[in-house]
Design a protein around this ligand. Structure first.
Ligand SMILES: NC(=O)c1ccc[n+]([C@@H]2O[C@H](COP(=O)([O-])OP(=O)(O)OC[C@H]3O[C@@H](n4cnc5c(N)ncnc54)[C@H](OP(=O)(O)O)[C@@H]3O)[C@@H](O)[C@H]2O)c1
Length: 313
């Protein structure tokens, strides 16, 4: 059967053979990519995060994804430095983590990234002095309270987005990197967004998407800069996660809870420079859903009368 097929091929015109070769190569590439995806999503073992160091620093740990990461990291036995703006919420979160994982040490640092960042970063530097910080989760981020055109973004919101999403992540990274460089190991995770990476544009959230595009490129450059110094930099790209920022309360298959996302996020640490850890968020698999989302948003923004105040990030 195989030989007959090869004999038949010999009699075919050159253009058909070329086409057949190209098709076969594309199929092989697709098969290889699919197998790799299955391995990465379900079979690849997670890295032992304790090997990076005994402490992890999480920004924005009092809610949503950051809180999920804080619990997951504590579950792996890492001590935590939690950096948040609200002292009561910090106390609540560290209290509940400690009641679940009593052997974990926790240090809270109060920093409002929309305030004096340099002062906040100084506090972080003083707290981590002498600690073996191996993992940094740059999670803190803000978006618009509701969809709006760029000319409607007021000065306060503009400053807030750039300061929290861009300046905060950049300066915290620089502060923590110094210690990682000395011991030649560390993992830095920057939380990006599908708004900048998966969809071609995110109208009415332009500034948010642009700050996340910064995070993506920043992470990729650092990945290359520090790979040989034993530091793994990664941009994680979630799509929708059920948090207060997304204004989604109930999780579903496509929209995980923050715990579920963080569990997947933890398994990806230390591998690719950019990844989408929660597998149903994998862009090509979820493409129809994403495309439907884009179309909806365009329809709403272009053709339907709507009140932007009713829309959230
Ligand atoms: N949820 C999604 O669908 C989604 C999708 C893609 C990317 N992301 C990204 O994931 C990250 C986390 O988002 P999330 O959905 O978990 O958001 P969230 O539920 O709103 O939580 C944000 C966290 O950041 C803290 N925070 C906000 N502003 C701060 C400030 N000025 N100073 C210090 N801390 C501040 C919040 O503190 P309080 O508790 O005091 O409010 C909270 O701990 C963000 O970078 C976001 O862009 C989220």
């Amino acid at each position: 059967m195989g030989l007959r097929f090869l004999d038949q091929l010999k009699d075919q015109p050159l253009w058909l053979l070329l086409l057949f070769t190209l098709g076969s190569l594309s199929l092989l590439k697709f098969l290889f990519a699919s197998l790799k995806w299955v391995y990465v999503s379900f079979l690849r073992p997670a890295k032992n995060l304790k090997k990076y160091g005994s402490w992890a620093l999480v920004t924005g740990p009092t809610d949503g994804i950051g809180k999920g990461f804080a619990f997951q990291l504590a579950g792996k036995g890492l001590n935590l430095i939690l950096v948040g703006r609200n002292p009561d919420k910090l106390k609540d979160v560290s209290g509940s983590i400690q009641s679940k994982y009593s052997n974990v040490q926790i240090k809270n640092v109060v920093v409002d990234f929309s305030g004096d960042i340099d002062e906040g970063v100084q506090k972080i530097k003083e707290t981590i002095e002498g600690l073996d910080v191996g993992v940094l989760i740059n999670n803190v981020g803000v978006s618009y309270p509701y969809a709006r055109f760029f000319h409607e973004v007021d000065e306060g919101l503009l400053k807030n987005l750039i300061q929290v999403n861009v300046e905060g992540t950049t300066k915290v990274t620089q502060a923590v990197l110094q210690g990682m460089l000395k011991k030649k190991k560390g993992a830095i995770v920057n939380i990006g967004s599908g708004a900048a990476i998966v969809i071609p544009s995110d109208p009415l959230y332009a500034l948010y998407a642009a700050t996340k595009a910064y995070i993506d490129q920043f992470s990729r450059c650092l990945y290359v800069e520090y790979k040989n110094s034993g530091i793994d930099v990664q941009c994680q790209v979630p799509l929708y996660v059920a948090t207060k920022m997304a204004s989604i309360r109930r999780s579903s298959f496509w929209v995980p809870s923050s715990d579920c996302y963080a569990r997947a996020g933890l398994r990806a640490i230390g591998y690719e420079p950019r990844c989408t850890p929660y597998w149903p968020h994998f862009p090509s698999l979820g493409f129809d859903t994403i495309a439907a989302g884009i179309n909806c948003r365009f329809l709403e923004t272009r053709f339907l009368p709507w009140d932007p105040k009713e829309r959230t990030a």
